[in-house]
Design a protein around this ligand. Structure first.
Ligand SMILES: *Cc1c(COP(=O)(O)O)cnc(C)c1O
Length: 817
């Protein structure tokens, strides 16, 4: 067993290691190296140590034949690796000391790294936080996903509108990835099946190679690491040579592309199933490669599959990897000769599944005809799983045909063959031993609504696992000013590994000295963000104004438009003199709209149009500013979260499964204005109702309004402030060169039913915003509550979430320290 202990270098020693890397690896002369070369050299220093930690961890897990958890996810929204790696390796302080003037600072060097944006938003970022916690808790764990050549698009703004640009993050290669040339698996598609009793021979039409690239995920306060293994698609090498040799380069290139396009792009869509064959191929591609990899590792270690479920747990992050249930059955039965019954028994003990949305339109289904064409063997397996499942349902509820139709893995399309679809969520539930939602409210609604029938059939299967975020990235690294203060106040750094330690801050909320220091840290962070905004957007923010932030994907259910209505209302009140007791505010938005989501793009445009009017009005400029910060992603979030005073979490009650942005913001000392939705409820329970601004209709009231028939026109008629705000949007006040520009927004609210009930929550929202101002004008009270928010965030550490999964879902509790 290699020795774990390596003394960490001081800055002198680190300097010489960097110089050596510059000379021997980067090929650059240290005295003239620019920040890019320094970034490459520093990453090589870190990489070397990560490599050793990876080898040691694998060695230990192999020796102990550890039970492992495999986290399958289409998305990992990681962001940059450097700061996190330096912190985990305890090199951060030495590195800061190495990079001094007149050369670039450590911060400038770290900014050379492009974000690894292999995800759309919350779901992908959750997966990244979970890897951090799995490594930190020392769990024998692997993440598996797709090595997208192009991740989330880069957003820029042109004339107030979103422009999407491809993000070629791998163009200059990543110094953090470890290619594994020897690790590849063949993934097959299409063709026909030849049946033999329980098993089948699959004569596939195509095949593609999946090549492994590893990312070492460092643990904090431990030398153990986790692995993120991503698969790249490669054409089978032998075949394109024929075309190439006859001079048909185009055909040769087309052939290569036809296979390699599988891992080209992340689908920029976080809410609806992209009904596209390539997406299905992507899903199957990474799932098949991952399961082959997992089985290979198991067989080397154990020589048998009879103990598979004792030794592995596989988690399905949403339904995107659902085909894994059928694929594991296929591999065990067709390739490894297991009986159907034995394979099914293993399967159901191995898989667990997290649901991320209750919206019926976002539940993934695939046409039976498509699956039949792309994955014929899997369709047969799904049919048989369904047959046995429905047989079981009939035994429990004889004669309940409607129940069978509802729970079936196949939506029968009203009897039309071409409309038949496979319901991936049902496949996950039937194939798993645990199913969870991501906040208490979401888990409750899940078993009351979309999965009510399954909860009746398998009540023991359903659990809640409230999301969390890693306090390393989202507090220790993103907010050094507050972290230093916490280290002093809490007498050490161990809150990073035990976030419940923050509770001890509660007492300090009454300490005026601490409140001052806390306020100073916040102001420093606001200045840092203001500098960024001045540079990127050209707007100068007042750092003493209330920084009111709504940063997340742009989506109608998240109701950025409600926020805009409040901004316009405030502007109107400032103009007509009815505004009293308001504090100066900077309303900050950031977020990307899916490229095909017209309404979301309109909201981005409206924000810019409103900002142009408001920011250029000398009568209001000191009291109200509006900024849209472009290209929201992990690195931009790391700047915004520490600088926020107010966190906008204003989704229609019952629509946001959990939210994690809400947690990051509270953790950094923002107060929340929010609805009774997702984890907002649990944040309230932990920080106390008097320290959070909860407003609006709750889920039961939302349902009642919808049942009675929501009448947006009544609110419009009866509330003059609301009417004025809406009329200004509709009349073209903010778009004088194109007056009809926002008719569609107006119509969606007034004439097409206001599906997300903005108008029903508007009055309470505006009234609550006034209470926010009043509190902000009492800085002592504000700081007190902000401190109590931070103190209450212990349960929202992803370490708590992962411990709960380890104990209740993955049966890995014994590995926890
Ligand atoms: C945390 C995070 C999200 C999720 O934000 P919500 O407010 O929970 O929707 C999305 N994108 C990025 C970059 C994040 O860091």
């Amino acid at each position: 067993m290699p020795d774990f202990a390596q003394p960490q270098p001081g800055s002198e020693q680190l300097r010489s290691r960097i110089d050596r890397k510059l000379l021997c690896s980067v090929a650059s002369e240290p005295s003239v190296a620019g920040k890019m070369e320094l970034y490459l050299a520093l990453s090589q220093v870190a990489r070397e140590q990560l490599a050793t930690r990876w080898v040691n961890t694998q060695h230990a897990d192999r020796e102990s034949k550890a039970r492992r958890v495999y986290y399958l996810s289409m998305e990992f929204l990681i962001g940059r690796a450097m700061n996190n790696a330096l912190s985990a390796l305890d090199l951060r302080d030495s590195a800061a000391a190495v990079f001094t003037a007149p050369g670039p600072s450590l911060g400038e060097v770290m900014e050379c790294e492009p974000d690894a944006a292999l995800g759309n938003g919350g779901l992908g970022r959750l997966a990244a936080c979970f890897l951090d916690s799995m490594a930190t808790l020392g769990l024998p764990s692997w993440g598996y996903g797709v090595r997208y050549e192009y991740g989330m698009f880069a957003q820029s703004i042109l004339n107030g509108q979103q422009v999407e640009k491809p993000e070629a993050w791998l163009q200059d290669r990543s110094p953090w990835e470890f290619p594994r040339p020897g690790k590849h698996h063949t993934v097959r598609f299409g063709g026909t099946c030849e049946h033999h009793d329980e098993w089948a021979e699959w004569h596939a039409a195509d095949s593609v190679e999946a090549k492994a690239f590893d990312y070492v995920i460092p643990g904090h306060g431990t030398e153990r690491v986790s692995t993120l293994r991503l698969w790249k698609a490669a054409a089978p090498a032998e075949i394109d040579l024929g075309a190439f040799n006859t001079g048909d380069y185009q055909r040769a290139a087309e052939f290569k592309n036809r296979f390699e396009n599988i891992s080209w792009v992340l689908y920029p869509n976080d809410s609806t199933a992209a009904g596209r064959e390539l997406r299905l191929r992507q899903e199957y591609f990474f799932v098949s490669a991952s399961l082959q990899d997992i089985l290979e590792r198991h067989l080397i270690e154990h020589g048998t599959f009879t103990n598979l479920a004792e030794k592995i747990a596989i988690h399905l992050n949403d339904t995107h990897p659902a085909i894994g249930v059928a694929e594991l059955m296929r591999l065990l039965i067709d390739d490894h000769g297991m009986s159907w019954a034995a394979a099914w028994d293993q399967c159901r003990r191995i898989f667990s599944y997290t649901n991320h949305t209750l919206m019926p339109e976002a539940l993934e289904t695939w046409k039976v005809s498509l699956i039949n064409r792309v994955l014929p063997r899997h369709l047969l397996i799904i049919y048989r799983i369904n047959q046995e499942f429905l047989d079981e349902v009939v035994r429990l509820y004889p004669g309940d045909i409607e129940l069978m139709r509802r729970v079936s893995l196949i939506d029968d399309g009203g009897g039309h063959d071409r409309d038949k679809r496979v319901r991936m969520a049902h496949l996950c539930i039937v194939g798993s031993h645990r199913v969870n939602g991501v906040s208490q409210l979401h888990s409750d609604l899940m078993v009351q609504t979309i999965f009510a029938d399954f909860a009746r059939l398998y009540p023991e299967r359903f659990h809640n696992k409230t999301n969390g975020v890693t306090p390393r990235r989202w507090l220790a690294q993103a907010n050094p000013a507050l972290s230093t203060l916490l280290d002093e106040r809490l007498g050490g750094k161990d809150w990073r590994l035990n976030l419940d330690r923050l509770q001890d801050l509660r007492a300090s909320a009454d300490d005026a000295g601490f409140r001052n220091a806390f306020a100073t840290a916040k102001r420093d962070n606001k200045l840092r963000l203001a500098n960024y905004v001045a540079r990127e957007v050209g707007i100068v923010l007042n750092p003493d104004s209330l920084f009111d932030v709504q940063v997340k994907r742009i989506h109608e259910y998240k109701r950025q438009l409600l926020n805009v209505l409040h901004v316009i209302t405030r502007y109107n009140a400032l103009l007509d003199g009815s505004a009293v007791g308001l504090a100066p505010r900077s309303v900050l938005f950031a977020g990307k709209a899916a490229s095909s989501y017209h309404m979301a793009k309109q909201v981005i445009r409206l924000i810019h149009d409103v900002a142009a009017v408001v920011n250029n009005d000398p009568r209001t400029r000191d009291m109200l500013q509006v900024v849209f910060i472009p290209n929201y992603g992990v690195s931009v979030a790391e700047l915004i979260m520490p600088a926020a005073n107010l966190s906008e979490q204003i989704s229609t009650a019952g629509t946001e499964a959990s939210g994690t942005g809400n947690m990051k913001l509270s953790l950094n000392g923002a107060l929340t204005i929010g609805t009774e939705d997702g984890a907002n409820i649990e944040i309230r329970d932990n920080v106390g109702a008097e320290n959070i601004f909860i407003f609006g209709n709750n889920t039961a009231q939302v349902n009642a309004i919808r049942e009675a028939g929501h009448r947006p026109m009544d609110f419009y008629r009866d509330d003059p402030a609301l009417k004025e705000a809406l009329d200004r949007i509709d009349s073209g006040f903010f778009s004088p060169s194109d007056r009809p520009r926002y008719h569609d927004i107006f119509n969606s609210l007034l004439h097409y039913g206001d599906h997300y009930l903005l108008l029903a929550d508007y009055a309470d929202y505006v009234a609550t915003q006034k209470r926010v101002d009043a509190l902000y004008l009492s800085p002592d009270e504000w700081q007190r509550k902000a401190i109590i928010n931070v103190a209450g965030m212990g349960p929202f550490s992803a370490d708590r979430t992962i411990s709960d999964y380890a104990n209740d879902t993955w049966n890995l509790g014994t590995y926890l320290k």
